[in-house]
Design a protein around this ligand. Structure first.
Ligand SMILES: [Fe+2]
Length: 213
């Protein structure tokens, strides 16, 4: 399912005159703030309830009014158009849903194109999966750069006790396709809290039929 709404989120508040001239912004490596930013968006558990494996826990949390902010992003004031290089910062809250760590929704780009991630603070994992089903994980620790080749779906996971912050830069016309992974029941591997740290386990929700976003 092609989702216009998901990309509209990324274009939120970005002015049409943005980036017509060179500009500078400041990254705060501790807080993850981008100053000034062209806009921001927040994803709570209720915005991505189907992304988590343990749906009973999700239902219980939401029914009791527990709807935590999973992550927040600050977007640079750059148009999502060919030729531009869009970028944003993301701050993932520490926590779990059941035993599964807080994480981003994860996506492909509509136009297969590369993306560069720079981890700024905290501890996490980036999981990536190709169209052919190859799976790769990379650690996100401060100063780590992760290159995501064209065609690889990607998700970031906060496996630490504090906030995970990172910056990502991608082609302006790449577009964000969340539905491709949702329709498959998510990534083939999930990241859980284990006794001795993060534990990667095969997903049991690959055969779950996802509803509309
Ligand atoms: Fe991306």
């Amino acid at each position: 399912m092609h989702s216009e709404a998901s990309d509209a989120e990324f274009d939120h508040d970005v002015s049409v005159l943005a980036a017509s001239r060179p500009f500078q912004v400041v990254l705060d490596f501790t807080t993850g703030l981008l100053t000034p930013s062209g806009g921001s968006f927040v994803r709570r558990l209720s915005d991505m309830a189907s992304a988590y494996e343990d749906q009973e826990v999700v239902k219980r949390m939401l029914a009791s009014g527990d709807d935590p902010v999973i992550y927040k992003s600050y977007c640079a004031d750059v148009p999502h158009e060919p030729g531009h290089l869009a970028f944003l910062t993301t701050i993932i809250t520490p926590g779990t849903v059941g035993s599964e760590f807080f994480m981003t929704k994860g996506h492909h780009h509509y136009r297969d194109s590369a993306e560069l991630y720079l981890a700024m603070s905290g501890e996490g994992l980036m999981i990536m999966e190709s169209h052919e089903g190859d799976f790769v994980q990379q650690e996100l620790v401060p100063s780590a750069l992760v290159y995501v080749p064209p065609g690889w779906a990607h998700r970031t996971v906060n496996t630490g006790s504090g906030r995970l912050t990172f910056m990502a830069a991608y082609f302006g016309d790449a577009g964000h396709d969340y539905a491709s992974m949702e329709s498959m029941g998510g990534f083939s591997i999930r990241v859980h809290r284990g006794d001795d740290g993060p534990q990667l386990r095969p997903s049991t929700s690959r055969d779950r039929v996802e509803g509309p976003r």
